[in-house]
Design a protein around this ligand. Structure first.
Ligand SMILES: NC(=O)c1ccc[n+]([C@@H]2O[C@H](COP(=O)([O-])OP(=O)(O)OC[C@H]3O[C@@H](n4cnc5c(N)ncnc54)[C@H](OP(=O)(O)O)[C@@H]3O)[C@@H](O)[C@H]2O)c1
Length: 242
């Protein structure tokens, strides 16, 4: 059955690959990007019938509000799935001793509060699907946000702010999951693997097509047991906790 998706950070990388694979299987997608017009990859997919380009900066209240209004008017019967993918890595290599307050706030503004603001603004659009339909929210996290998996303490090349932000995102996921369970939502965190994108770099081990195919298979097969959980792109559970 054709489903309707919102994907943030759809200009490139993992977000664009989601839009490509969803387009290929005939789904309807609101592809949100800071500058949809400047993404050649996105422009090649937008047809304004099933694939729509929507301007959205996850750190800008006005932009989020305008995006929610535009999607709401175009998707009068609501949206099934929100993929909160937009994220930044911050300054590479900073550890807990030399990460500044400004660095934490910058990364949090996109990776944590950006996700929270987008999710809150888009909830009414998801709720239009009604109590009988499952509404799904995928928050794009990272294994670097797992406290259990953190062994070296330096974020393995990524800065501390990134790791702390993704751990914060996992808590945000859990809290939204608890709050929305009674309304037939499934909210979960996903680790896409170490993926070849601008953020992941050329040395990454996972191709975008494999990461997204795996994550879509997981999205398609979610059950209530997945609410508030954290899994990798193969659907394997990841522990967040100590
Ligand atoms: N690649 C990996 O190995 C890996 C591993 C674990 C987790 N992740 C997560 O996966 C997600 C996507 O990463 P990626 O590898 O595809 O990175 P990427 O190639 O750097 O793409 C990041 C995307 O996020 C968008 N973005 C950044 N700030 C934004 C904002 N304020 N508002 C809206 N969009 C914004 C970018 O848009 P612009 O084009 O406008 O900059 C771009 O579309 C991130 O959340 C990342 O943390 C990636």
């Amino acid at each position: 059955m054709v489903q309707t998706y919102i994907v943030t950070g759809a200009s490139r990388g993992i977000g664009l690959e989601f839009v490509e694979q969803l387009t290929a299987r005939g789904d309807i997608v609101f592809a949100c990007a800071r500058n949809p017009d400047s993404s050649k990859g996105l422009q090649a997919l937008i047809d304004n019938e099933k694939i729509f380009g929507i301007q959205l900066d996850a750190t800008c209240d006005q932009s989020i509000k305008a995006a929610a209004e535009e999607i709401s008017s175009k998707a009068s019967e609501g949206v099934d799935v929100l993929i909160n993918n937009a994220g930044i890595g911050g300054t590479m290599g900073l550890n807990v001793e030399n990460t500044s307050k400004e660095e934490y706030l910058k990364v949090f503004e996109t990776n944590v509060t950006g996700v929270s603001e987008v999710l809150k603004a888009f909830l009414p659009i998801l709720r239009k699907r009604g109590q009988d339909n499952v509404k799904k929210v995928l928050n794009m996290s990272s294994v670097l946000g797992s406290i259990t998996e953190m062994e070296s303490g330096d974020g393995e090349g990524f800065g501390s702010a990134y790791c702390v932000s993704k751990a914060g995102l996992n808590m945000l996921t859990k809290m939204f999951a608890c709050q929305l369970a009674k309304e037939n939502f499934i909210v979960y965190s996903s680790h896409p693997g170490w993926v070849k994108t601008e953020l992941g770099g050329d040395g990454a081990l996972t191709e975008k097509k494999d990461s997204i195919a795996g994550q879509l298979a997981k999205l398609d097969s979610l059950t209530v047991q997945d609410n508030g959980g954290f899994s990798d792109f193969n659907g394997k559970p990841i522990s967040c906790y100590q």
